[in-house]
Design a protein around this ligand. Structure first.
Ligand code: 9MR
Ligand code: 9MR
Length: 593
């Protein structure tokens, strides 16, 4: 009895401690020396005393009171701000709140976001499909290759005269989409577009970034090496007989929660579609112009990309609105029925815009501009897998110099749209309880909400690039803080990065590999009050509806279209920290001879 009581006491004691630590919301990596520094307290009155102590000697370096209580718009939480921007000295720290205890440790230093920047990109290596992950690159997460996909069946929905149902084709490689083991062209589209754009925006930074993958050191930047792994798979998804692109390479139904390659169920390529084909066009066109600079290492690649893009464009012209509607496909009694992710979308305007923008910038052929002009006046929205409109705006403004001066008016329209949207973020985040751009509206919290935070950050970075105004970058940084822990859940959403990170993502290898820590560098989907998975959630409000259980695919899955904008955002800040004045470049003292 006594031991039960003391056990209960211990459990209670530690859960109170953990809750207190969690009540001090910080960026769990830390802050750049000269950037804005904010932490948020919850569950305490306004103007609560706090101290900041050095991690090792525990001497107080800063003390003040938190701000007034702010009611969050996205939950019942009342928050008060801890503001310590003027603490610029590099070091390891903790925030002490006598009412609560100590925060997780954090660091103030140059390159402070680098662990997240590298890990998020490395995350893509960990979800490569048909490659064995070796200990040299994967550490304790080494595993054999997954699905080979060298014998994939043409599903009846995709049958043609030349490739009747049951034809065996080979479509190996590529990343797994998410927690599941299927490979979807639509979601590859936005993910590849985002990674390639990150490179196109910051080439000199990425030329130096290494992620310890098998290709590292081959003369091609690792972000492009990683993208190329998936690009090679995308090529195989184009029907050589007509240029159209299959929606996905998939099981009929989701695999169980087992390691990849354990199940040997048949794999299929299913029906071609206009969104898949146009996303393919956009990626191939963008890849063609980016890999043109690597002709020595990758001879012929750039030309092959353009050829594939042109062929797919041709198919899309003949099939301008072919929807992938999995339910109606299944109603047509095609066997087997397909129940994996649909990524179905019946609005084609944004895919047409993105594909024509990439084709135009790569080829400078005015014929593509006609389609750009047709769609350009639609409202700018945050990118999602089913709305890639913004990717066209980013590409056109980034490559302004290749756009003919006769379209100067349109470029102005595009820039204004980006700046206006960025203003709506930067002008209001200081009113937000967590002082982040994320969560200005409860609508930010849906399936994959973490990607909204990352994509808002990217929008702001584009605005900074266009205007040179640092306030946009300051605002982008608040969403870095959000993703790394300054949020209503107290989680840093990137596995393995930060003190409190998801331990049970809906990710099959992380569940099945017998290793306690999940595969690192994967961005959890984040709060989603719709809770479509009906799993166990402790909280249900928009910004708290997060469940770190592997059941929860609606709040705690991982996915390539969420990791890609995180790669962009974290690396963009690392790339810009010096020109922004957030940090000073260390001059390395010359070595004495
Ligand atoms: O694992 C699947 C995940 O990748 C999807 O996002 C999710 C929604 O389509 O579905 C998951 O699979 C579940 C299926 O839908 C229902 N049976 C249990 C499966 C594993 O949780
Ligand atoms: O990210 C997708 C989300 O927007 C949809 O609401 C959801 C249900 O259709 O599907 C999500 O995508 C999943 C895909 O269908 C299968 N692989 C896992 C993806 C992430 O959960």
């Amino acid at each position: 009895m006594k031991s039960i009581l003391s056990f209960l006491f211990t459990v209670l004691f530690f859960s109170v401690i953990a809750q207190s630590t969690d009540s001090i919301r910080i960026n769990q990596l830390g802050y750049y020396p000269k950037a804005q520094k904010i932490a948020i307290l919850t569950g305490v009155p306004a103007e609560t005393d706090f101290y900041i102590v050095g991690d090792e000697k525990n001497d107080t370096v800063w003390s003040a009171k938190s701000g007034p209580l702010v009611q969050s718009k996205n939950s019942s939480i009342k928050a008060s701000e801890v503001y310590f921007t003027a603490l610029e000295k590099e070091g390891n720290y903790k925030i002490i709140v006598p009412l609560l205890g100590a925060s997780y440790p954090f660091t103030i230093k140059t390159n402070v976001i680098a662990p997240a920047a590298v890990a998020a990109l490395k995350g893509f290596y960990f979800i490569r499909s048909n490659t064995p992950l070796t200990a040299k690159f994967a550490g304790k997460w080494a595993r054999p290759a997954g699905h080979a996909d060298t014998e994939v069946l043409v599903h009846p929905s995709a049958a043609t005269d030349k490739r009747p149902a049951g034809t065996i084709i080979s479509t190996p490689g590529g990343w797994y989409d998410a927690g599941d083991y299927n490979k979807y062209i639509v979601n590859s589209g936005i993910s590849m577009g985002t990674l390639l754009s990150a490179y196109e925006e910051f080439p000199s930074y990425f030329k130096l970034l290494k992620t310890n993958i098998p290709e590292t050191g081959n003369g091609v930047p690792d972000i492009l090496n990683e993208a190329l792994y998936n690009l090679r798979w995308m090529f195989t998804m184009q029907d050589p007989d007509d240029g159209g692109v299959y929606n996905k390479c998939t099981n009929a139904a989701f695999d169980g929660m087992v390691m990849p390659g354990v199940t040997r169920l048949p794999r299929y390529v299913v029906q071609k579609g206009t969104t898949a084909t146009l996303d393919f066009v956009a990626v191939m066109a963008q890849a063609s112009r980016i890999f043109a600079a690597y002709k020595k290492q990758l001879p012929g690649l750039s030309d092959s990309c353009l050829k594939a893009a042109l062929y797919a464009w041709d198919w899309a012209g003949k099939n301008p609105a072919m929807e992938y509607n999995q339910n109606s496909m299944n109603r047509m009694m095609h066997k087997p029925a397909i129940s994996t992710g649909g990524y179905g979308d019946k609005n084609f305007g944004d895919e047409w815009l993105w594909a024509s923008a990439e084709m135009y910038v790569t080829t400078k052929d005015e014929a593509y501009y006609k389609l750009i002009a047709r769609n350009i006046n639609n409202p700018l929205t945050l990118p999602t897998w089913n709305n890639v409109f913004a990717l066209a705006f980013y590409t056109l403004s980034r490559n302004e110099n290749t756009v003919s001066p006769i379209h100067a008016g349109d470029i102005k329209t595009i820039k204004t749209a980006i700046i206006n949207m960025a203003d709506s973020y930067k002008d209001h985040y200081k009113e937000n309880a967590f002082r982040t751009v994320m969560g200005l509206t409860p609508k930010d919290f849906n399936w994959g909400s973490s990607s909204n935070a990352a994509n808002q950050g990217i929008l702001l970075i584009n605005a900074y690039k266009l205007s040179g105004k640092l306030t946009y970058l300051d605002a982008a940084l608040t969403n870095v803080d959000y993703l790394l822990g300054r949020n209503a859940t107290a989680y840093s959403f990137l596995t393995g990065v930060g003190s409190k990170t998801p331990m049970h993502p809906h990710h099959r290898p992380s569940v099945a590999d017998g290793i306690e820590e999940p595969v690192p560098g994967l961005l959890s989907g984040g709060p989603n009050p719709a809770k479509q998975d009906s799993c166990n959630y402790l909280f249900s409000e928009p910004e708290t509806a997060f469940s770190d259980t592997d059941c929860s695919y609606a709040s705690n899955e991982i996915a390539i279209n969420w990791n890609a904008p995180a790669v962009y955002l974290f690396n963009a800040l690392e790339a810009l920290q010096f020109e922004a004045g957030y940090a000073e470049k260390k001059t390395v003292a010359p070595k004495k001879k």
